[in-house]
Design a protein around this ligand. Structure first.
Ligand code: BMP
Length: 282
């Protein structure tokens, strides 16, 4: 049957990739298909948001290169929070170079992403060598990689034959490292046929309940549109959750802002889970 008819638990049981299996198990355990994208530029705010929403998420997504005061202590504290609250970590690095270069970017540099991030992602623009390069680092560590098959922004070029090439690359991947996609729809079943070959998880950004987009091309859909109507697996929410921290009032009264962040986290968690329950067969 279609992946959209199956429970997260049954999919976890047959998931070969360790990171994706942990993610599906965590989703089931916490009854949360919410990933919060914490796009803030200092350590303190990043850790405070993670601590606030931690109980309600399966996954925290980072852009570690925007953190001005980054150091390895941040990674240690983030890892400690992931254990305290039971969530995984997804560094949204969007690798996009030749295999040899991305293997170095993934393992080394200031951030040493592979050492702490359970999941990362890559563009297929350079061809399948990017998977070989990243897998040489990540697969021995039990990490997982998502291919950016579709993007949420207006005018994205990730469509048609490009999207299909990403799907083929994931289905044909022999490293075991590719475990799914960033996509806006159930791309692995785009031909209308159930994907019975290989369980692939679909994580979807561009999710908001209150606004339709931003001034720079972002486009939002609701958790129900993403999970129930489009058959995706995880909602990724950034400003919809942490936004109150960025307002002048939020900067003045941080405690009040963090309370609002926690409340939005709960709201999106509930909306995402209700949409999942509504898509399962009666
Ligand atoms: P927000 O919910 O605040 O719009 O944030 C969305 C997050 O998801 C950002 O971190 C962005 O980099 C990421 N993202 C996206 O919005 N669209 C994509 O197609 C792929 C992404 O990784």
């Amino acid at each position: 049957s279609s992946i959209t008819q199956q429970t997260y638990a049954s999919r976890a049981a047959r998931q070969p990739n360790a990171a994706a299996r942990q993610l599906l198990e965590c989703i089931e355990r916490k009854q949360s298909n919410l990933c919060v994208s914490v796009d803030v530029t200092n350590k303190r705010d990043l850790l405070d948001v993670c601590d606030a929403v931690g109980p309600d998420v399966c996954l925290i997504k980072t852009h570690i290169d925007i953190v001005s005061d980054f150091d390895m202590d941040l990674v240690e504290q983030l890892t400690a929070l992931s254990k305290k609250h039971d969530f995984l970590i997804f560094e949204d690095r969007k690798f996009a170079d030749i295999g040899n270069t991305v293997s170095l970017q993934y393992s080394s540099g200031v951030h040493r992403i592979a050492s702490w991030s359970h999941i990362t992602n890559a563009h297929l623009v350079p061809g399948p060598g990017i998977i070989t390069g990243l897998a040489s680092v990540g697969q021995p560590l039990g990490r997982g990689c998502l291919l950016l098959a579709e993007m949420s922004s207006a005018g994205a070029l990730t469509k048609g034959s490009y999207t299909q090439a990403c799907v083929e690359a994931a289905k044909n991947d022999t490293t075991g490292f590719v475990c799914g996609f960033i996509a806006m729809s159930r791309v692995d079943e785009a031909d209308g046929q159930p994907n019975t070959a290989k369980d692939l998880v679909i994580l979807t950004p561009g999710v908001g309940l209150d606004v339709k987009g931003d001034a720079m091309g972002q486009q939002y859909r609701t958790p129900d549109q993403v999970i129930r109507e489009s058959g995706c697996d995880v909602i990724i929410v950034g400003r919809g959750v942490y936004g109150s921290l960025m307002t002048p009032e939020g900067k003045q009264d941080k405690q009040a802002a963090i309370a609002k962040v926690r409340e939005q986290g709960r709201r999106y968690k509930q909306a995402g889970w209700n949409a999942y329950l509504a898509r399962l067969p009666g």
